[in-house]
Design a protein. Sequence first.
Length: 117
Amino acid sequence: QVQLVESGGGLVQPGGSLRLSCAASGVAFSFAAMGWYRQAPGKERELVARVTSSFSTNYEDSVKGRFTISRDNAKNTVYLQMNSLKPEDTAVYYCNARPNYNAVDYWGKGTLVTVSS
């Protein structure tokens, strides 16, 4: 049974920083592309950042230069460092795992990030 557990969300002022973590179990972590998605109220879920099993990364345009995704295969954990946060970053952030061997998408339950003064 695959489990993805996000943590690190919360309320932060504009310009502040947060680090999200996603601990994975039940999946061959080192063989999975890991991603962070977000969904704001009234909007569709969108990809924020992804890191492949070979450590290649890609980012949504609006977060480039502000967010950094990383993974620690020894800890089965993926991180999203978010700096210079803006009110438009407010959303529920979801962790995603897509193993190379079955291309199935697994999701966490999400963590809320609120950027407000």
